[in-house]
Design a protein around this ligand. Structure first.
Ligand code: GDG
Length: 487
C-alpha cells in the first residue's frame, strides 16, 4: 500500500502531549501516528510580503509538510469564505452567513494553489485523504493538475439540509466540486442523507441503494461513493491519562476549590455553535429551581479562544463574559463562585484528569459534526464511580452515545432538569450507562474510523483498476454498521 497523505487546512503544531484545541487536529493526529504518512497544509503563519515556501519536517513516522498563507489568502479563504460563509451555514446558522464573491474566488484560488504545492511531493501509489470544509474544491484542483491518485474527503462538521445549504450562493459549485472526490465521508447518517437529498433533488443526480458499504452516487457526469464514518477517540489511552493525572496539582487545586461540592464541566473552543449561552442559562435555571443545589455544585467551563479576529467570535466572548458575571453576581456567596469560566487552553492530560473529577460532563452544542469532548469525558471516567454525560441531540455523538442524558440545547428547563437528574443519579445507573458507552467507544475508536475509510477508498481503487467488486468488511462497533445509510 502507498503512503497515506493527509491534507487539512491547518497542520497542528504537535507538542509532546499531542495537538491542542481542535477536533480535526486531535482526530487526524491520532489516526496518523499509528500508520505514519504525510500531513500537508497551512503552517498557521500569515505573510504580508515574500513568497511562501514549503517546509518539510520528519517527526517519528509522520512527515509534516507545511506552508504559510499570504495575508489576502488568509482573509479571503480562511476568515472569509471558510469561516464567515461555510462554517455558519453548515452549522444551520443561516442568520450569520456573510457572503462576498471575491472571498469565494479567493477560496478557489487558494485551493488550486495548495494543490499545486502538493503535486511535486506525491508518488503514484499515494492515497490522498482530504479533510474538512476549507478544502472542498481540492480534488477538482488536483485533477486539473493531472493527479490520478485515489482521493477521499471527510467532512468533520455537519452537512446541512438542502434548504440551509441554498443560503450559500455557490452551493452548486461546492457540491459539484465534492463530486470530484472518489469517496466522501460524513460523520453521521443524517449528514449523509442531507447530501443525498441535495444530489437527488437539487442536482438532478441519483443514488443507488446499497445493502451495505458506501452508497454510489451519480451527479455532474461523475460517479462516486459516500458513507458515514463516525470519528472516535482512543478511550483506553484517555482513561490512562485521566487516571495518571488524578493526584496531579490541577486536580488537587480544583478539589480544594470545590471543597466537597459536585462539579459540572464543559470544554469547548469558544464558538457560537457550541451553545454556551444557553448552557450557562440552564445552569442558572438549575440554581433557581433546585435551591438545594445552591452552594452544592460548581460549573467549570473551559473555552480556549479560537478565530478571535472575527466579529462573531468577539460577540460570543462578550456575551459569555456578561452571562457568567451576571449569574455569579446573582448567586455567588463569599465561599462559592457558581461558574468558573476560563478563557484559555490547558494540556490534554490536565483536561482528562479534570474530566475524571467532574460528576457531570455538560456537552450541549447547538450543532456539532461529532463532538470529541463528549467521547473524551466518558472515556476519562472512573469505572467504579463514573460521572454522567448530558449531551445535545444535535451533536453527532448523540447518534452513538445512548447512555447519555440527551437534551435539546435550546430547552433551558429541559437542560436544567437533566442536570438535576445527573447530579442525583444512583451509582448503579451511572455504571450501567458508562459501561454501555465504553463498549461503543472501544468498538469504534479512531483506528476503526481511519481503517473503514481507507478500506473503502482502497476498495474503489481495486474496483476501478481490476474491475473486481471488493466488498467492505463488516464494520466493528454496534452502531458503526447502522451509520452506513442503506438507500
Ligand atoms: C471539529 C468538529 C468534530 C479543547 N480545548 C482544549 C483542547 N480541546 C480539544 C478537545 C477535543 C478537541 O479539542 C475539540 O474537538 P470537538 O470535536 O469537541 O470540536 P471541534 O474543535 O469543533 O472539532 C467536531 C471534530 O472536528 C472531529 O471530527 O467532532 O464536530 O466541529 O479533542 O479535548 N485540547 C487541549 N487544550 C484545550 O484547552 N489540549
Amino acid at each position: 500500500m502507498g503512503r497515506l497523505i493527509i491534507v487539512s487546512n491547518r497542520v497542528a503544531p504537535i507538542s509532546e502531549g499531542g495537538p491542542a484545541a481542535g477536533g480535526l487536529a486531535v482526530g487526524v493526529y491520532d489516526a496518523l501516528k499509528e500508520t505514519g504518512g504525510m500531513w500537508f497544509g497551512w503552517s498557521g503563519d500569515v505573510l504580508s510580503s515574500g513568497q511562501p515556501q514549503i517546509k518539510v519536517e520528519e517527526r517519528g513516522p509522520v512527515t509534516f509538510a507545511t506552508i504559510a498563507l499570504m495575508r489576502r489568502d488568509y482573509d479571503q479563504y480562511y476568515r472569509g469564505f471558510s469561516n464567515a460563509t461555510l462554517w455558519p451555514a453548515f452549522h444551520y446558522r443561516a442568520d450569520l452567513v456573510q457572503y462576498d464573491r471575491h472571498d469565494f474566488e479567493g477560496y478557489c484560488r487558494v485551493n488550486a494553489w495548495l494543490a499545486q504545492q502538493l503535486v511535486p511531493l506525491l508518488r503514484d501509489d499515494d492515497v490522498i485523504w482530504v479533510h474538512d470544509y476549507h478544502l472542498i474544491p481540492f480534488a477538482q484542483a488536483l485533477r486539473a493538475a493531472g493527479v490520478k491518485n485515489r482521493i477521499g474527503f471527510f467532512l468533520h462538521i455537519p452537512f446541512p439540509a438542502s434548504q440551509v445549504l441554498l443560503a450559500v450562493p455557490p452551493h452548486r459549485q461546492l457540491v459539484e466540486a465534492l463530486c470530484s472526490f472518489d469517496l466522501l465521508g460524513f460523520q453521521t447518517s443524517p449528514d449523509l442523507r442531507a447530501f443525498c437529498d441535495y444530489i437527488v433533488n437539487e442536482a438532478n443526480g441519483s443514488v443507488d441503494a446499497a445493502a451495505n458499504g458506501p452508497l454510489t452516487l451519480h451527479a455532474f457526469g461523475r460517479s462516486l461513493r459516500a458513507a458515514a464514518y463516525p470519528i472516535g477517540v482512543y478511550p483506553d489511552e484517555i482513561a490512562e491519562l485521566a487516571k495518571a493525572g488524578e493526584r496531579g496539582k490541577p486536580v488537587r487545586t480544583m478539589k480544594a476549590t470545590l471543597h466537597s461540592r459536585k462539579l459540572i464541566m464543559s470544554v469547548d473552543r469558544l464558538d457560537y455553535s457550541k451553545g454556551l449561552v444557553e448552557r450557562f442559562r440552564a445552569f442558572e435555571r438549575l440554581l433557581e429551581q433546585a435551591s438545594a443545589q445552591r452552594n452544592k455544585v460548581s460549573f467549570l467551563q473551559i473555552a480556549p479562544p479560537t478565530r478571535a479576529d472575527m466579529h462573531a467570535y468577539q460577540d460570543i466572548r462578550l456575551q459569555l463574559e456578561g452571562e457568567s458575571g451576571r449569574i455569579n453576581g446573582r448567586f455567588a456567596e463569599l465561599d462559592w463562585t457558581p461558574i468558573l469560566y476560563i478563557h484559555k487552553q490547558y494540556e490534554r492530560s490536565v483536561l482528562a484528569a479534570l474530566f475524571r473529577t467532574a460528576h457531570v460532563g455538560y456537552v450541549t452544542p447547538l450543532r456539532d459534526g461529532m463532538n470529541l469532548v463528549a467521547k473524551e469525558y466518558v472515556s476519562a471516567q472512573d469505572p467504579e464511580n463514573p460521572g454522567v454525560l448530558v449531551l445535545s441531540r444535535f451533536a453527532g455523538a448523540a447518534q452513538e452515545l445512548d447512555g447519555a442524558l440527551i437534551v435539546n440545547p435550546v430547552d433551558i428547563d429541559g437542560m436544567a432538569e437533566a442536570l438535576a437528574r445527573a447530579l442525583e443519579m444512583p451509582l448503579a445507573e451511572r455504571q450501567a450507562r458508562y459501561r454501555d458507552m465504553m463498549v461503543q467507544l472501544r468498538a469504534n475508536n479512531v483506528s476503526v474510523w481511519r481503517d473503514n475509510f481507507m478500506r473503502d477508498l482502497q476498495g474503489i481503487t481495486a474496483t476501478k483498476n481490476a474491475k473486481s467488486g471488493k466488498g467492505r468488511a463488516a464494520s466493528s462497533g454496534k452502531k458503526a454498521a447502522r451509520e452506513t445509510l442503506a438507500g
